[in-house]
Design a protein around this ligand. Structure first.
Ligand SMILES: C[S@@+](CC[C@H](N)C(=O)[O-])C[C@H]1O[C@@H](n2cnc3c(N)ncnc32)[C@H](O)[C@@H]1O
Length: 312
């Protein structure tokens, strides 16, 4: 897959003072390589992941939901895998980035699904009141400047009794640890591979430089980390009821983030299917341990927070 041409120097300059522009530039740029970067697939591995994130916070009553909307859908990871899991009948996806909406529609077409896709800001959804039975999101609200406004919009477009399910958002502590582990892994991998004996494990300098520039923009687009209780209060203030949060991934995140960073730091062809299965199985086993540890470890120390609630 080829990357979209990078943004012009003027656009990048403007993005520092216009966060929505930064989101569009960064995510448009990521769209063509996003599934590869995050090892996203549309098969049992990711269906199981999406189903588990959803049921952990919202259960499985009422499946299939009639009409669902995703905010910040990216390439369609959450909606398409939830659809494969039988969570909803009719799927609509939105994203601020036109490149992401195109990618999601392409992925849906490959899977043989008819989905509706629109470019839309989650703070101002282009839909009527009371249209949807379900609104979902994954790894998105930490990019949205006014999170309470986004919850208000989700509730506005939901039918009374409809549910929102937002998963995979970074907690304050989890993000703090993950970023440090990732930086350390990047530094170690890019320096060790300077040794002549490991030269074929080193990505070309131009690619490493591009990744470093992307990491700098990441700091602009990642706006929030969440305290689970404060997030719950935000959804309640927006008018939701029956609000619930769950947190996941402690050891799984401490190992998962260095693994993902290592994958990004070395040439793709060095890590085959065996490595990816090893990474996935490690994550699975550690997630099981994390569930046991959850009995004694405070929930705010975990990496991911999910939240669900309903419209009165
Ligand atoms: C980290 S990606 C997650 C994509 C996808 N949900 C997933 O889990 O793979 C965040 C997405 O949110 C989108 N986004 C950022 N700000 C947004 C906003 N205000 N409204 C809608 N989408 C937004 C980005 O364009 C990007 O596609």
């Amino acid at each position: 897959m080829t990357s979209k041409p990078s943004a012009s120097a003027e656009e990048v300059e403007a993005a520092w003072s216009d966060n929505k522009l930064a989101q569009v530039l960064y995510h448009d740029w990521e769209a063509s390589t996003y599934d590869e970067k995050w090892s996203i697939s549309y098969d049992e591995r990711c269906v199981a992941y999406a189903r588990e994130r959803f049921t952990d916070v919202a259960g499985s009553d009422g499946w299939p939901y009639g009409k669902s909307l995703e905010i910040g859908a990216g390439t369609g990871f959450f909606t398409l895998n939830l659809k494969l899991a039988g969570v909803m009948a009719e799927a609509h996806v939105t994203d601020l980035s036109p490149g992401m909406v195109e990618a999601a529609k392409r992925n849906a077409e490959t899977l043989g699904f008819a989905i509706e896709g629109r470019v839309a800001d989650a703070e101002k959804l282009p839909y009527d009141d009371n249209e949807f039975d379900l609104v979902v999101g994954h790894a998105v609200i930490h990019h949205i400047p006014d999170v309470e406004l986004a919850f208000r919009e989700m509730l506005r477009v939901l039918k009374p009794g409809g549910r929102f399910v937002i998963c995979g958002e970074p907690t304050k502590y989890g993000d703090f640890v993950a970023r440090r582990l990732s930086r350390l892994t990047w530094w170690a991998a890019t320096n060790v591979t300077k040794l002549p004996a490991l030269a074929d494990w080193r990505r070309p300098q131009s690619e490493l430089d591009e990744s470093s520039r992307a990491a700098a923009l990441e700091a602009v687009v990642d706006l929030h980390t969440f305290d689970p209780d404060e997030l719950k209060r935000t959804a309640l203030r927006a008018g939701a009821i029956d609000v619930r949060t769950v947190t996941e991934e402690l050891l799984a995140a401490w190992v998962g983030w260095p693994i993902r960073t290592f994958e990004a730091a070395v040439p793709d062809q060095k890590l085959g299917f065996g490595w990816r299965m090893f990474a996935y199985r490690s994550w699975q086993q550690l997630s099981k341990v994390d569930r046991v540890l959850a009995k004694v470890v405070p929930d705010e120390l975990y990496y991911n927070v999910s939240i669900s609630g309903t419209k009165p």
